[in-house]
Ligand binder design. Structure first.
Ligand code: BEZ
Length: 396
């Protein structure tokens, strides 16, 4: 594997020359595949981007030994116009065979038309934007992470079944926040629950959640349900506790809130928070045990859902190549039929939408021997997302 170091002009120049000559650092024996990684290496989701990259590289090392991957990284920050410019650079300048990554639903929304028009396969390794596998689906977009609705829809029903009937919701004001809360709200109210208040906080700009927490407190809610991730999740969970709400109104959310990537930065404030997600490092299956051990050996820390997305995105690429698929069109087509048993359990791509089908777990953050850990409370039924307006020809 050849890495184009995002910070080194010399490395970029050298790798670009290698790309142009059709050469690679490993020589001519292994087959060369040019991969563009579009990730945030700065901004509120920088840690997520780095974790996805660590998982992706481990996945290529584990499953893709026969291929010589040349990786070009580009920093999307958390800004849709920046993401679009960087995607264009990977496609036109680096001439990549395939792109992977994208953390923010906003960035995914911005690059969708470019990817579809340029016919370049994109393996989404985080962004949950429902439209990308719904009304704005594309035969060139395959999602190996989750959709915003998929993670939150089952939680609405589950929470109502636990007897919680009045909920206040909060999320950042951008596509992911709105879609996650919409999905939770639809299933929670269908199961008899009531939303007693709902607020959206300015994305990447809110440092003081106090005014929103005051509204939650005054709302008469029995519970608060939120989506926050990365740096915003750490601030929110700590402020929820220090505001004194946690002891009176239990906190629930989508599982990014208490990701294993940063839960120990949240500290005791995160203890007892219950959330839903498609991956936690404590899942008890052999594929996950192997992944956790290999990730720990490589990085010295536990994996998170973000590293699992990277790892599975790399495996999906290798599985597509192993079918004999080559070139942008061939890889895009083969990605739509990928399925394997991985760290999250049975995972497959729904060829009708390009979205992943996978189990969803409810977990509680609890104190463990080495800090906070995840106790799985329930495994919710595997459900493919509805097509939501997606109409694509079947894969060839
Ligand atoms: C999103 O924007 O889709 C997203 C970002 C971080 C975590 C989960 C979803």
């Amino acid at each position: 594997m050849t890495r184009i170091n995002k910070t080194s002009k010399f490395a970029i120049k050298g790798a670009l020359a290698a790309l142009a000559l059709g050469l690679s650092a490993q020589g001519a024996l292994a087959e060369k595949v040019k991969v563009g990684l579009l990730l945030p290496y700065s901004g509120v989701y920088a840690a997520l981007g780095n974790d996805i990259q660590a998982g992706f590289e481990l996945g290529l090392e584990t499953f893709g030994k026969e291929y010589d991957f040349v990786i070009a990284n580009e920093d999307t920050e958390v800004k849709p116009p920046q993401g679009l410019a960087k995607a264009r650079k990977l496609i036109l300048q680096y001439k990549v065979d395939v792109m992977a990554g994208i953390v923010s639903s906003g960035v995914l929304g911005a690059v969708r038309d470019l990817v579809d028009g340029a016919k370049v396969p994109l393996i989404v390794a985080n962004a949950g934007n429902d439209d990308a596998t719904g009304a704005k689906c594309s035969p060139y977009i395959t999602r190996m992470s989750f959709s915003n609705a998929q993670v939150n829809r089952p939680m609405g029903k589950w929470l109502a079944e636990q007897g919680v009937k009045k909920v206040f919701t909060l999320a950042p004001d951008y596509a992911a926040g709105r879609q996650m809360i919409d999905a939770f709200t639809a299933s929670f109210t269908a199961a008899g629950g009531e939303i007693v208040g709902q607020e959206y906080t300015p994305f990447r700009k809110t440092q003081d959640f106090g005014p929103y927490l005051a509204k939650a407190k005054a709302s008469g809610a029995e519970a608060v349900f939120v989506f926050y991730a990365g740096g915003e999740a750490i601030s929110f969970v700590k402020q929820y506790d220090s505001f004194g709400l946690k002891k009176d109104i239990p906190l629930y959310g989508s599982g990014f809130l208490t990701s294993s990537l940063y839960v120990n930065a949240e500290g005791p404030a995160a203890e007892g928070v219950i959330t839903s997600l498609h991956y936690v490092p404590t899942l008890d299956n052999p594929e996950n045990k192997a992944f956790v051990e290999a990730f720990k050996a490589k990085t010295g820390r536990l994996p998170s859902e973000f590293s699992a997305h990277g790892y599975d995105a790399a495996r999906a690429l290798v599985e597509a190549l192993n079918t004999g698929a080559r070139g942008r069109e061939g890889i895009a087509n083969a990605l739509r039929s990928v399925s394997f048993t991985g760290p999250r359990g049975e995972t497959s791509i729904d060829p009708a939408t390009g979205n992943i089908v996978q189990p969803i777990y409810v977990y509680e953050t609890v104190a463990g021997e080495n800090g906070l850990t995840q106790k799985v409370l329930a495994s919710l039924p595997v459900e493919a997302d509805p097509a939501n307006g997606c109409a694509m020809p079947a894969p060839k």
